[in-house]
Design a protein around this ligand. Structure first.
Ligand code: MSP
Length: 639
């Protein structure tokens, strides 16, 4: 049956950083987007669901260097894993965009050029506070306790030639947008945060970097690469072919919804609309900010060893149980705490006890009392009518909740029917009806009604747990295409032959599962947290330093200063005096004979009456100070 479409529906997830494997928090966002995409398709929309990976930037470049591979090799491997995860979870995306794909690169360059031609991009010098892990610049006033407001790590001063986008010109236009279209940014709290942010005054946005090269070259100046957010945000239209192949773009843009986590709402509701205004393109209809899944009240992190791996959970409990839990447990827009115990309880109570039990007992009874054939309804009493009325009323309630992205309440509506149907079995006591010939009609009605409820439930859960729908379909011996409107009718199944299948959701031994999950955690993995460093220097800065190998020929205390040691250092043909403030850490005699590294071209300076020509390298090791030594030949002065 071909359905008439209700129009198009374009939904996106953020494009994930392939810096390591995705965890349950990322999975949460994609599962929500998938449920919405499936729901809209089922309701008759022509859906385009986009996800992908955000592969450029300094962080990825550094990770690749650490692993001794090229950035491309590094991301290829991680992206492969991400795609496998989505395939295992049967995520129904229509397109997967990688920012390293040629189609994206050339289109981002086009977008940059359009913004430049509009006069919205100019070259200047950036002096700012930069958080390397977040790849974000911050103003002094945005810092929290002097640190990055997103991740709490130290920021560093950055000063370099860069291109800027005139974001400051767009503050009023953005405020107008929020005023005229409050639905553009939801929930309301997020919009209020963004208004406050804009009211502080928007600064122009630095959109290029020269300090690393893993990025899309600025089309008008190849020394620069495009700063990651301009690159990343563009994915929502480059994937549709903007600007050179506009067919899909014209069909699906503007997006109906960008689903994003709360910390990246700012980029999507300020930078992204401003970029689109700059290139004179329509704005997305909605940006929706969801909350985070937290563990022990904090974010998941590898160093804490509390990252929840979706692959482990899928292997143990199946994709539908995991998806059900994520969608049922958490309230959209709010943070939620993830614990294994809450997850296992949901799986047992809602899935094994409620849904699984309803399906299994109904099919068994139809086999036992009706030779496996779903009978017609012969009679109807008040209880039958109440059940039937409830069953056909749920679809519209689910629609109302889905309109608000309230996945949990949509599922709650469905479960009122699951629970009511189970209660109906207890009230009707079919095992008693089956004993007498004169109650045969009531028994048939009871079996029919239960089968119809299961059919309706199978349709309603399809957006959330489609593989369970397929299994229920099989057990009902039903072959019709899953069709949302069929959840509002109650007489589709007469004469169908049922097939008892496998248990949908096995009961879990919660204690045992908890122990096993705990054991699987293993030892916390080390996270690569960047060191607190002084402001970055360029290679050219570094190249100015002349480092030489020297040997300490003599060492003594400075006659006029307790903290200073005076060394005579031989470097090839020259022996010179170098003074260091390390007397508290070293005895003079233990330094003699050491092969050291000397900063040989440091401007000489007098220290308490003696001249120091150069500097020896030391490194802090906790409380201790270590002298940097080398195994190079004695005092040969090589560099
Ligand atoms: N690459 C950027 C997004 C660019 S979109 C044009 C990025 N990537 S990310 O991999 O760090 O995060 C992607 C999404 O995952 C974000 O929306 C983020 O909120 C979400 N989550 C990451 N950890 C999360 C939880 N613990 N809980 C819920 N969502 C979380 O940001």
């Amino acid at each position: 049956m071909t359905k008439e479409t209700k129009g198009t529906y374009y939904i996106t997830t953020p494009i994930y950083y392939p810096s390591s494997n995705l965890h349950i928090g990322h999975t949460y966002c994609t599962v929500m987007a998938d449920a919405m995409a499936r729901f809209k398709r089922l309701s008759g929309y022509d859906v385009h669901f986009l996800t992908g990976t955000d592969e450029h930037g300094q962080k990825i470049q550094k990770k690749a260097e650490e692993e001794g591979v090229t950035p491309q090799e590094f991301v290829d491997k991680v992206v492969d894993g991400i795609k496998k995860l989505w395939a295992t979870m049967e995520i129904s995306y229509d397109d997967f965009i990688r920012t390293t794909e040629p189609r994206h690169i050339k289109r981002v360059q086009e977008i940059f050029k359009k913004m430049y031609e509009k006069g919205d991009i100019y070259k200047s010098v950036y002096e700012g506070l930069y958080c390397t892990p977040c790849e974000s610049f911050w103003t002094e006033s945005q810092l929290v306790d002097g640190k990055c407001p997103d991740c709490g790590r130290p920021v560093e001063k950055a000063d370099e030639e860069a291109y800027f986008f005139r974001l400051s010109e767009y503050g009023d236009k953005l405020l107008d947008l929020y005023e005229q279209h409050p639905e553009f940014l939801q929930p309301d709290t997020r919009r209020n945060e963004m208004k406050a942010f804009i009211n502080q005054g928007l600064e122009d946005l630095c959109i290029s970097r020269t300090s690393f090269d893993w990025g899309i070259p600025v089309p008008i100046d190849e020394k620069h690469v495009i700063y990651v957010w301009l690159d990343a945000l563009s994915n929502y239209i480059t994937a549709l072919g903007y600007p050179d192949e506009p067919e899909l773009y014209n069909k699906y843009w503007p997006a109906d919804v960008h689903l994003v986590g709360k910390e990246i709402v700012r980029f999507h509701s300020i930078i992204w609309p401003a970029m689109l205004m700059s290139i004179d393109e329509p704005l997305p209809k909605q940006v929706l900010g969801h909350g985070w899944l937290l563990i022990d009240g904090g974010k998941m992190s590898k160093s804490k060893g509390n990252v929840v791996d979706p692959v482990v959970l899928i292997e143990r409990y199946g994709i539908d149980a995991l998806k059900y839990f994520l969608l049922r447990e958490y309230t959209f827009g709010q943070d939620g705490i993830f614990t294994n115990e809450v997850m296992l309880k949901r799986m047992n109570f809602d899935l094994a006890n409620d849904l699984g039990n309803l399906v299994s007992r109904t099919i068994s009874m139809i086999e036992k009392y009706c030779d496996g054939i779903i009978p017609p309804a012969e009679t109807e009493d008040d209880i039958d009518k109440e059940l039937k009325d409830l069953a056909v009323s749920i679809a519209s309630k689910v629609e109302a909740q889905m309109d608000k992205f309230s996945f949990n309440l949509a599922l709650e509506e469905i479960w009122t029917l699951v629970r009511r149907a189970n209660k109906y079995v207890d009230e009707k006591e079919p095992w008693i009806l089956a004993k007498e010939e004169e109650t045969k009609d009531s028994l048939n009605t009871c079996m029919h009604n239960l089968a119809e409820c299961i059919r309706i439930i199978a349709i309603l859960i399809y957006p959330f747990m489609h593989t369970t729908t397929d299994k229920i379909w099989e057990q009902l011996g039903y072959t019709d295409e899953v069709c949302w409107e069929d959840a509002e009718v109650f007489d589709k199944l007469k004469g169908q032959k049922v097939n008892k299948g496998q248990v949908l959701f096995p009961r879990l031994d919660i204690e045992k599962e908890l122990e096993e999950l705990e054991a699987l955690k293993g030892t916390p993995k080390e996270e690569n947290i960047p060191l607190e460093l002084k402001p970055e220097i360029t290679f050219d800065d570094f190249a100015k330093i002349d480092l030489r190998v020297g040997t300490i020929m003599a060492a003594e205390k400075h006659p006029n200063a307790d903290k200073l040691l005076v060394f005579q250092v031989k470097m090839g043909t020259e022996t010179r005096q170098v003074i260091s403030g390390v007397a508290e850490h070293f005895k003079p005699e233990e330094m003699i004979g050491k092969n050291v590294i000397v900063v040989a071209n440091l401007k000489p300076r007098p220290l308490r009456g003696l001249e120091s020509k150069g500097m020896l390298l030391f490194a802090e090791n906790g409380e201790r100070l270590e002298i940097v030594t080398t195994t190079a030949e004695n005092g040969n002065g090589v560099n």
